[in-house]
Design a protein around this ligand. Sequence first.
Ligand code: DQA
Length: 151
Amino acid sequence: MPRLLLLNGPNLNLLGTREPEIYGADTLEAIEERARECAREAGCELQSFQSNAEHALLERIHQAATEGVGCLIFNPGAFTHTSVALRDAVLAVHLPLIEVHLSNPHSREPFRHRSYFSDIAVGVITGFGALGYELAVRAAARHLARSPHTR
Ligand code: DQA
């Protein structure tokens, strides 16, 4: 069964109470549960991991490569705009990446307009709130069904 890994970066553990006018009212736990359900419906298995620490995300990405994960779904939070290290980790493990954001960073402050991930992603989903994670799971399942070994 294809395996997906959902990664969330810093401050996303605070979803539900964190700037709900921007990020919505759903908790990360609820988002992860819906993503798992969506994956099941698409015939995939989904694991999830959130950390506020760059090194923990790096290690989880490295580990994914040894676990048979087929696709990464990643909301890197603020690391989107800063982390060459996380970008390099994604490139190093040769796993396809779908980048997700709850908000649309392009309609926000200029420092959010640059992403270190978009040009290495299969696709990017932004601005649809929690629904974006469900769309990402469906896109990941479709990508793996069509081209299981390509970025
Ligand atoms: C975010 C957008 C980032 O700019 C921000 O730092 C986040 C959340 C989003 O999901 O909209 O933490 O990735």
